[in-house]
Design a protein around this ligand. Structure first.
Ligand SMILES: Nc1ncnc2c1ncn2[C@@H]1O[C@H](COP(=O)(O)OP(=O)(O)O)[C@@H](O)[C@H]1O
Ligand SMILES: [Mg+2]
Length: 508
């Protein structure tokens, strides 16, 4: 009257095995779950009881004890329903004597015995494979995402009866493999960089930023095309590798944003509104969810009108910008989600928007300008590799029709630079120049004597920080890669320095 099977819980993106022990003994009919279950798991008792009954079996009238081990691991999520039901049915003898203790069962039960899809199926299955589990029973509607995992048996099931029959050998279910997955090399977009007239400097800066995955801040008066240009970034982003796609898909799976799709094959582009809360940007909540910084992992996080964001939101961005991961504390654990994103921000230079504009005159007082710019702290500015200011489009530029480069043309240069970086870093577990660890900067961003002198003079003039110095070199590396040059040359370093002089102009 005892059984033991396995299920899984997630902490962040890593899945842990939970052993479900079920014991049926004589006594008054009670149903207890012990072993640090969350409130949601207590609710699962009612679902399990009703689902067993509605699948045509009698719910045992015994003293039922379910123990979830290890006891110190907090268990939450409705995915444990199925394992509890199977545990009870095994202890009751309805499921035969065969040992099922090496299968991991995940699935939520509905009252009629159907197995509903769950959030986070993909990261669970991937973790189980890493823990050497050979077989997982998963909800049918999670099969597309889980099916991208090979070398493991993935058995999708629709209802409790199917699982019982399968375990009793009365039904054969095949392992599911998603054959359709393919990373798209080219996507269709309704927007294009050729929509943007003039603004060559801005387009160049965006190309450099995208090519090396550098953060960028765009400053300029209203109507100059800042938002327009940023929204077109997805059309020139570099390709997503399979490994990167799996990382992104895991996050969307946990967030319940996969909508029974399989693999996410495009780089995310997220642009939360400036009223967004700290939790929605960083992640958290009672059941901690990844925030925008993680949803834009391996893609772009675009904050339009940066100074309008709450000050505390801007400050908490600093940590993920630096570390590429975000830590969310909860009562008895700290969760970590990946958050390696390209940060893109746009802003007006002052409240009225026309400070520094050659045509319109700015009506703001110096103190209100200072207050406005002061919302962006120096440590945050320091983490942005490229600063670019834009002026209103010239009439002449707006008028011309022809000869504007398309996104496809820009993207092909970006991809060429990406290929150079992938080849260069193939043994370093990084993908692009922005990720060069500080210890390797000397190795990959060598300067000749004259470039060395240029950067030394710029340092004296602009009083750069040490972080800026490293970022400058990485940007220069990207500019050289776009130029297909092995060595960083003077003009590359000069362009990189130009992208860091703006903060002095506005922030002095
Ligand atoms: N360089 C440009 N080329 C073509 N249209 C532009 C350009 N700049 C601005 N516009 C037009 O002006 C509108 C407002 O631009 P927007 O990007 O919102 O400005 P900003 O974000 O800088 O305030 C755009 O939707 C577009 O129609
Ligand atoms: Mg705008």
């Amino acid at each position: 009257m005892y059984s033991k099977i396995k299920t899984c819980v997630l902490q962040g993106l890593s899945g842990h095995i939970v052993e479900v022990e079920a014991d049926l003994s004589r006594g008054l009919p009670v149903f207890n779950i012990v072993g640090l279950p969350d409130i949601a798991i207590k609710e699962s008792k009612e679902r399990v009881r009703t689902a067993i009954k509605n699948s045509g079996y009698e719910f045992p009238l015994n003293r039922i004890t379910i123990n979830l081990a290890p006891a110190n691991l907090k268990k939450d999520g409705s995915q444990m329903d199925l394992s509890i039901a199977i545990g009870i049915l095994s202890a009751d003898g309805i499921i035969g004597i065969k040992d099922n203790s090496e299968i991991v069962f995940i699935g939520e039960l509905s009252l009629d015995g159907k197995i509903s899809p769950i959030d986070g199926a993909l990261p669970m299955v991937i973790s189980m494979r890493e823990l050497n589990i050979k077989k997982c029973i998963i909800p049918f509607d999670n099969r597309e995402e889980c099916g991208i995992i090979s070398d493991m048996e993935i058995i999708p099931v629709k209802n409790l009866n199917e699982v019982i029959d399968y375990l009793n050998g009365e039904l054969i279910l095949d392992s599911y493999k998603n054959e359709k997955i393919k990373i798209m090399e080219n996507s269709e977009f309704s927007m294009d960089f050729s929509d943007i007239k003039g603004q060559e400097g801005l387009k160049r800066a965006l190309e450099v930023a995208v090519a090396g995955n550098h953060n960028i801040l765009i400053i300029g008066p209203p109507g100059s095309g800042k938002t327009m240009a940023a929204r077109r970034l997805p059309t020139i982003l570099p390709k997503l590798s399979f490994e990167e796609a799996v990382e992104v898909t895991k996050i969307y799976s946990v967030s319940g944003m996969l909508n029974s799709k399989s693999l996410i094959t495009e780089r995310p582009f997220r642009s939360p509104h400036h009223t967004a809360s700290q939790v929605s940007i960083i992640g958290g909540g009672r059941i901690p969810r990844p925030g925008e910084v993680s949803l834009s992992h391996n893609g772009v996080l675009f904050l339009d009108e940066l100074p309008e964001f709450q000050k505390n939101v801007l400050e908490v961005l600093r940590q993920p910008l630096e570390d590429g991961v975000v830590h969310i504390s909860r009562i008895n654990a700290t969760l970590t989600y990946p958050a390696k994103f390209m940060f893109v921000a746009s802003m007006n230079p002052c409240p009225c928007g026309f400070y520094g504009d050659p045509i319109h005159s700015c009506t703001c007082s110096q103190s209100s300008i200072n207050r406005y710019l002061g919302r962006i702290s120096n440590p945050l500015l320091d983490r942005i590799d490229i600063h670019i200011d834009v002026m209103p489009v010239e009439y002449e530029d707006l008028k011309v029709e022809s000869n504007v480069e398309t996104s496809a043309a820009i993207r092909s240069r970006v991809i060429r630079a990406q290929d150079i970086q992938i080849e260069r870093y193939k043994n370093d577990k990084i993908y692009n120049n922005s990720q060069i660890p500080n210890k390797d900067i000397k190795k990959y961003c060598k300067l000749n004597n004259s470039s060395e002198k240029i950067i030394k003079n710029a340092f004296a003039k602009y009083k750069f920080s040490a972080r800026t110095y490293n970022k400058l070199l990485k940007v220069a590396r990207t500019i050289a890669d776009l130029d297909s040059k092995e060595d960083i040359e003077d003009k590359h370093i000069l362009e990189a320095i130009r992208y860091r002089t703006l903060d002095k102009k506005y922030w002095g």
